[in-house]
Design a protein around this ligand. Structure first.
Ligand code: ZN
Length: 425
């Protein structure tokens, strides 16, 4: 089996892994300025998308663009398919503002025609007449966001298999059931996300209480609490948390459209009714009503989660000089983002202007990724079950992770570099 890494190796963003030149798992986009995309140009027969976050699914429509009429088949869970189209359309819009273009509306329509919905546990065969070998793959709940999957792929002719975790979360959240790792089949090769290698998560309930207490404090002091969130997953999780503590937020940005999509796919949610109730009480903000939302003590849940664009920049500009107000970041801020800059330098950049932020800035960890302990447990489970090669990917410390695996287990761990190719027999 030939594995070529096209992005998302020792970085978070633009994940893309090409198997035997025919099947690509994820084809993402790092929404930096300018956006980063997978290296090389490929013409796969199939795309299997682990989940609908931009860094995993953002560039899938571009594969249709490159292919003309012989577009690749796109295999996704139903909710991932809907979200991939929604995000694709948003990327076209953002590109018009920022001056980039990777695909157009026609490509999204064509991608949609070539999309095949797959259920967890359904086995899909890809035949040798098209692929040069017989493959079979199966998706498992990855616990990360609704519809997220870990992918088990087998080359039947070579009798070799791999498991690609995608982004994975063990441990329940309000939105999601934990990943079904117990059901994961053993595999010869493990491709493992490693966002949180070296860091464990704080107890979730404790974290929730600190977060809510801090928001209440801000409101009592007459300030505005700004909570930047990803549209897909995090916004819904945070609105559910706030609702359960009796807080009614304003919600701004694409998180509302995403909620409506989740609503159409209740079986991918832990508690669809809870989510509906939480959003039923929230107040939605259109561009015209932003002024009102920020004119009184309020809590505003808004995109983008790492402050690279979106309505959050409007709110930040409004309150940046108000020490009573607060920015409560809800997850990890990757290198090169405004969020990281806010944490490290106390400022953000918007439209070429650097804005000093004098509000409080706090960082919380409502991560939808496995922590260090869970990642290591997963490696241990696989290596104890016959896995021979492990590739830690999707992290800033993949080399250290590979070294740790090599020190502790018999399997061979490699931290791949972008553009590198491996043949595993
Ligand atoms: Zn993700």
């Amino acid at each position: 089996m030939k594995i070529k890494f096209l992005g998302g190796c020792d970085e978070i963003g633009r994940s893309a892994i090409l198997i035997d030149d025919k099947i690509v798992m994820d084809y993402g986009l790092r929404p930096s300025d300018p956006p980063a995309v997978p290296v090389g140009s490929i013409t796969p027969k199939s795309v299997i998308v682990s989940h609908a976050h931009l860094d995993h699914s953002g560039m899938v429509p571009s594969l249709t663009h490159a292919h003309g009429n012989s577009a690749p088949n796109v295999y996704v869970t139903s909710v991932t398919g809907d979200l991939t189209r929604l995000l694709g359309r948003d990327t076209i819009k953002v590109g018009k503002d920022q001056g980039f273009s990777f695909f157009n509306e026609e490509d999204i329509i064509k991608m949609s025609e070539h999309t095949r919905n797959v259920d967890y546990g359904e086995r899909i065969a890809l035949n040798s007449s098209d692929y040069g070998a017989d493959y079979e793959f199966e998706l498992f709940n990855a616990g990360h966001i609704p519809g997220s999957s870990s992918i088990h792929l087998k080359n039947e002719n070579e009798a070799i298999s791999l498991l690609y975790t995608g982004d994975i979360k063990m441990g329940e959240t309000r939105l999601m059931e934990t990943a079904s790792v117990e059901e994961f089949p053993s595999s010869d090769i493990l491709l493992l996300e490693s966002t949180y290698y070296g860091r464990d998560h704080q107890d979730r309930k404790e974290q929730e209480r600190e977060f809510v207490d801090s928001i209440k404090e801000t409101l009592n002091a007459g300030g505005t609490a700004i909570v930047p969130c990803f549209a897909v997953g995090r916004t819904q999780e945070i609105v559910m948390i706030l609702h359960s503590y009796g807080l009614t937020p304003y919600v701004d940005g694409m998180g509302l459209s995403v909620f409506r999509m989740f609503k159409n796919h209740p079986r991918f949610l832990k508690d669809a009714e809870e989510l509906n109730n939480a959003f039923g009480d929230a107040m939605f903000v259109s561009a015209r009503k932003r002024k009102k939302a920020v004119s009184q003590p309020s809590v505003i849940v808004t995109t983008a989660g790492m402050l690279n664009g979106g309505p959050v920049l409007y709110y930040l500009k409004k309150v940046h000089d108000d020490p009573k107000s607060k920015v409560l970041l809800t997850g990890y801020q990757i290198e090169g983002t405004n969020g990281r800059r806010l944490v490290e330098e106390g400022c953000v950049e918007t439209n070429g202007e650097v804005v000093k932020v004098n509000t409080g800035v706090e960082q919380y960890d409502f991560s939808a990724h496995a922590g260090d302990r869970e990642l290591k447990e997963l490696v241990s489970r696989f290596c104890g079950n016959g896995t021979e090669v492990v590739f830690p990917v999707h992290g800033e410390h993949t080399e250290e992770f590979a070294a740790w695996i090599n020190d502790n287990f018999e399997c061979d761990a490699i931290s791949p570099k972008i553009g590198e190719e491996f043949i595993i027999e």
